[in-house]
Ligand binder design. Structure first.
Ligand code: FE2
Length: 204
């Protein structure tokens, strides 16, 4: 996973907060536990949001390149070889793109129970506004680990990592990693944006 700060957060977030609130006020989908925007962020037609989305994709790509120590194109070719699907010809152009994106608004008492994002390579979460810390719980992916309780945990033996983020932060986690938003207790709103990211490859 990775957590990083968007360099342009200062100039973007206030306007983005207003934009999200106007969108969820109109076409928002009400869940019992939070309010989520309908549609895709790409359809909002906001240049700042589009620039942020491109940055999120670039950061996810760079994270993967850093983890693997090779370019995305090289990693893609290797994965095709592993699958026995090697293809000749020119080197592919490989990137990370958003397949789905939405805004979430939490008000006092809202939460999001443990879940993961199927068919997603990377889940991206960006914090737009909050009166206090933005908490995100990352849950242990091991099967049946819930049955184990070490009692006192001193060196990370517990089954949950709680990230404490702030507006302007971006979190990238694998799509399979279960996560949850603990109950939001502050007054005001906690606003985040989410993208389901996947790789896209085309011949160069
Ligand atoms: Fe999620």
């Amino acid at each position: 996973m990775a957590r990083l700060s968007y360099p342009k957060a200062g100039e973007l977030n206030a306007g983005l907060e207003e934009l999200v609130l106007s969108r969820v006020g109109g076409v928002g989908k009400e869940f019992g536990y939070k309010t989520e925007s309908a549609g895709d962020l790409a359809s909002w037609g906001d240049p700042g949001l589009e620039e942020l989305t491109r940055w999120v994709g670039r950061m996810a790509g760079q994270l993967v390149e850093k983890l693997l120590g090779v370019s995305l194109a090289e990693a893609y070719l290797r994965s095709r070889e592993r699958e026995g699907e090697g293809e000749g010809g020119r080197a592919p152009v490989v990137g990370v793109v958003a397949r789905r994106s939405w805004a979430s608004v939490y008000r006092s008492g809202d939460r999001h129970e443990p879940h993961f994002h199927p068919n997603t390579a990377w889940s991206a979460i960006y914090y737009v506004a909050a009166p206090g810390p933005c908490e995100l719980d990352l849950l242990d992916p091991r099967h049946f680990v819930d049955y184990f309780d070490a009692g006192i945990s001193l060196a990370g033996e517990e089954q949950r990592v709680r990230l404490v983020c702030a507006p302007g932060d971006l979190v990238l986690i694998p799509g399979w990693l279960r996560h949850a938003v603990p109950t939001f207790r502050d007054e005001g709103v906690r606003i985040s944006l989410s993208w389901n990211l996947n790789y896209m490859a085309r011949s160069g």
